[in-house]
Design a protein around this ligand. Sequence first.
Ligand code: FES
Ligand SMILES: [Fe+2]
Length: 408
Amino acid sequence: MTGPIDELTPRLAALVRSRRAGYALPRDFYTDPQIFECDVQRMLLRHWFCAGHASSIARPGDYLLAELANESVIIVRTAAHQVRALLNVCRHRGSRLCAEHAGHAPAGRFTCPYHAWSYDLEGRLLAARHMPEGFRREEMGLRSLPVRVVEGLIFTTFAEEPLDFSAAEAALAQSAGTHGWGRAKVAHRELYVINANWKLAIENYMECYHCQPAHPEYARRHVYARPAELNIELERAARQRGAALGIRVPDIDEYACAAGAGRESVSVFRSALHEGHASATADGRPLGRYMGSFSASDGNSTYFDIGPLSDFLAYPDHGLIYRFIPRAVDRTEMELLWLVDAEAVEGTDYDAEQLTWLWKTTSIEDKRIVEMNQAGIDSRFFVPGPYSTQESYADRFVTWYLAELGAG
Ligand code: FES
Ligand SMILES: [Fe+2]
């Protein structure tokens, strides 16, 4: 009997089998361009990923680009105020239509910079000069991708038969919904270029074994930097504070269930802040405006993840969207978007430095440690070591990844 893994190239199949349970992946998974291509085709293009927040494209014609490896998608607000995802590839000879990460389509059309074919905001071809008789404009629209907008978060996928997104939608209603992300706005954006394989960036995001040594400022604020058994009382107290405010965000752990099951993966969990920290601001004090169901701080935070590349972190007064963007075998971008309430005014309700300081600090630290990790793994003498008990989510991620390579 042959399983999905046997259908992989024999070398890859041997590598998948050579991974010891509970250990990091063998070197080639982080260094081999062919395996990166396999990651893209068998895993990344099949899943949903977050393209940004709807507030960034408020007016018809506003767009942003969502990219993955060498793919590029235009996320645009249409004349009918819908959100569409259009492949950023001209139907003539394939030029990119848009180059900037965000912008506005003048006069409601995208005009190709090469030979000036122009498309409307729905992707329909409007005009093409000097085409021969029989040319059918209506057959030359931009490829359209599936889109879901949930609590202000825009998701898209390259999959022709998308994974079932209903469990993700329900989880987002409870997490992002409780935190009021449907009526939020992006207050700040940063893009970090990490010279490392995307899986090292994700593994690093998934575990907090590194938080005490690498992130002193994070560790001072988040109890999650310590082993779970030390935090039982603090976590219980934070939940009680939340319950007193009417906040109920149930934990969900279906992150690794999607392999072969046809569903998008999702996880939600809450974790407390240390005493004296109402928020993860620079001084620990809350911003001037709470979000969603919060009328005060419960000293807690909500982490949620959808699919392999999209992670989110919500506090009572602000939030963060983490977009991991694999570009090449040794290059990953990490886009961070800071959210505040749509009505919040900079200078009155929040100070940008207070808002962004912790996660700018932590992200610069993460970039450095992930790049150091890649440099070490690049050694031909690297031998994968065992995960600690504080790295169970990184272990879960790589186990899921291997299953997905087979399932793809
Ligand atoms: S490639 Fe776009 S008009 Fe020619
Ligand atoms: Fe980190």
